[in-house]
Design a protein around this ligand. Structure first.
Ligand code: UN1
Length: 503
């Protein structure tokens, strides 16, 4: 594919748009058509060092800007995201491939998150609590930490950066942003909006390039105390290992193998709607995607036939075409990985009900399209029921009763999202308590998190931290406990207020 005419973009370091020191570059392409959309700097560790240095210097002033003022800047950013929503949406469809409605939802999620975190500038509550001693005052405050390294994936190219960067900034940290190589264009637009809103130089920096070079360098940089990473389990483990010797705080948001449970008493039509949306929306490329359906025996057959019929009715195509239900997957490697799991599923003895192939008709061969794929007769231990495929493939598993269904749902290494369709309040409450995931939906699919509740998962989905909601503040600040003694004398805690035993 010729690159002639494709615009060249730069890194943003210390308030300047600059080329990579090496002068090398890479391209971003439309996964539906193969069209080249832009040329980006393939940065080196030298560029990353400069960005960290700029962020470190900017921190000393930014941390002293009153939090409500930092919030006001984020309000402006949120407003600009809203004003430019159509443009960002269209660019996202081109660069990432998701259909227009979903791309608009991605941008909306960033608008919501930025408004939410902007308002945090006037909250960021700490505690006051009585002292055990007279004439003494105690409180805790949230303090910024320093430079945050934000490493983001391509599947939510605007929303996920906002989950990390909005709370990081409102809390008074500065940021070096290393976006995914597949969606640099959107990441650049994201940063441009912060610049236009008036963010001081150095507070937010972006360095484009490869994870193995600049990403790794950021993770290992001694001047970056916080790392927030969203991506695969394998890379997450590497990030943790690389950051370990520096004793950094690391937030990991990794994979999922999310299940939808359908009970015998469920509204089956509603369940089918939920499954299709969660399994095939964004072509299955969400960490929250429903890649397993655990169906109770009496609804199993009905579910199979309805899912097949509806999946076969889904139209594949360019997300810019409003008739499209399912867009492309991100790149050739993703297409190959997804297809390899079809082979794995067949070899394991699962029954392929529909899909299972690359779609090439009507010009689809210019992009990376995979048919919505449904496997039946899947056993809980099969690889297609255990491993994250990150594509439009879902596996139907039989269960008897809510206890077995929950046991199967929990029988994977991940724990991000889960769902149960039931009209029985007792089963619903049991599921809310016992499904070992960070998120559980009742009578809805596994996707659709809102910005003001914590987002994240148990087990190998992460390392215990959460993004979004108030929970995000726990990662982007450190607690400071402050004691003010206004008694005018030395008062010893645990001693002067306690009657000492006779000698
Ligand atoms: C992700 O897949 O990485 O709940 C994020 C959802 C979206 C966010 C998904 N709001 O599916």
């Amino acid at each position: 594919m010729a690159t002639t005419g494709a615009k060249t973009y730069r890194n943003y370091i210390g308030g300047e748009w600059v080329e990579a020191a090496s002068g090398e570059s890479f391209e971003t392409r439309n996964p539906a058509t193969g069209e080249t959309l832009g040329v980006f700097p393939l940065s080196s560790t030298e560029d990353m060092d400069r960005a960290v240095e700029a962020a470190k210097a900017a921190f000393e002033e930014w941390r002293l800007v009153p939090a409500p003022k930092r919030g006001e800047l984020l309000f402006r950013v949120a407003q600009m995201f809203a004003e430019r929503k159509d443009e960002l949406t269209e660019q996202m469809v081109r660069e990432m491939g998701k259909v227009r409605a979903e791309a608009a939802g991605d941008v909306q999620e960033a608008i919501d998150m930025t408004f939410y975190m902007a308002a945090e500038g006037r909250r960021m509550f700490g505690h006051t609590t009585p002292s055990e001693l007279p004439d003494k005052f105690m409180m805790s405050t949230r303090n910024p930490v320093g430079v945050v390294g934000a490493i983001t994936p391509w599947n939510f190219p605007i929303a996920i950066p906002s989950w990390k960067i909005a709370p990081a900034l409102v809390c008074g940290n500065t940021v070096v942003f290393k976006p995914a190589e597949d969606t640099p264009l959107l990441a650049g637009l994201f940063v441009e909006i912060f610049e236009e809103a008036g963010l001081p130089p150095g507070v937010l920096n972006i360095v484009h390039g490869a994870g193995e070079t600049v990403g790794e360098h950021l993770v290992k940089h001694p001047d970056v105390p916080l790392i927030s990473f969203t991506g695969s389990r394998e890379v997450g483990a590497q990030v943790q290992t690389n950051a370990g010797p520096y004793l950094k705080n690391v937030h990991l948001e990794l994979g999922g193998k999310n299940a939808i449970i359908v009970m015998d008493d469920a509204d089956v039509d509603l369940a089918v709607d939920g499954i299709l949306w969660s399994a095939f929306g964004t072509s299955g490329q969400r960490c929250t995607a429903a890649s397993r359906v655990i169906a109770n025996r009496t609804v199993y057959d009905a579910l199979c036939s309805r899912l097949v019929e509806r999946a076969e009715g889904m139209r594949l195509g360019d997300g810019l075409d409003d008739a499209t239900d399912v867009g492309p997957v991100i790149n050739q490697a993703a297409l190959e990985k997804i297809h390899s799991y079809t082979g794995i599923g067949k070899d394991e003895g699962a029954k392929l009900l529909t899909g299972g192939e690359v779609a090439t008709e009507n010009g689809l061969d210019r992009g990376f399209f995979y048919r919505p794929t449904v496997f039946a007769d899947v056993e809980p231990g099969m690889r297609i029921a255990q491993e994250e495929i990150f594509g439009p493939t879902t596996a139907l598993i039989r269960a008897s009763g809510v206890d077995e269904a929950i046991r199967i749902a929990n029988g994977v290494k991940y724990g991000l999202s889960s769902s149960i369709f039931t009209r029985d309040v007792n089963k619903a409450f049991k599921a809310m308590r016992d499904l070992k995931t960070g998120i559980t939906y009742i009578n809805a699919g596994t996707t659709g998190a809102e910005v003001h509740l914590p987002f994240g998962g148990t087990k190998d989905t992460g390392n215990g931290h959460r993004e979004a909601g108030q929970a995000a503040l726990d990662f982007y600040t450190e607690w400071k406990s402050i004691y003010v003694d206004y008694s005018g004398k030395l008062q010893r805690a645990q001693i002067d207020n306690v009657e000492q035993p006779a000698p």
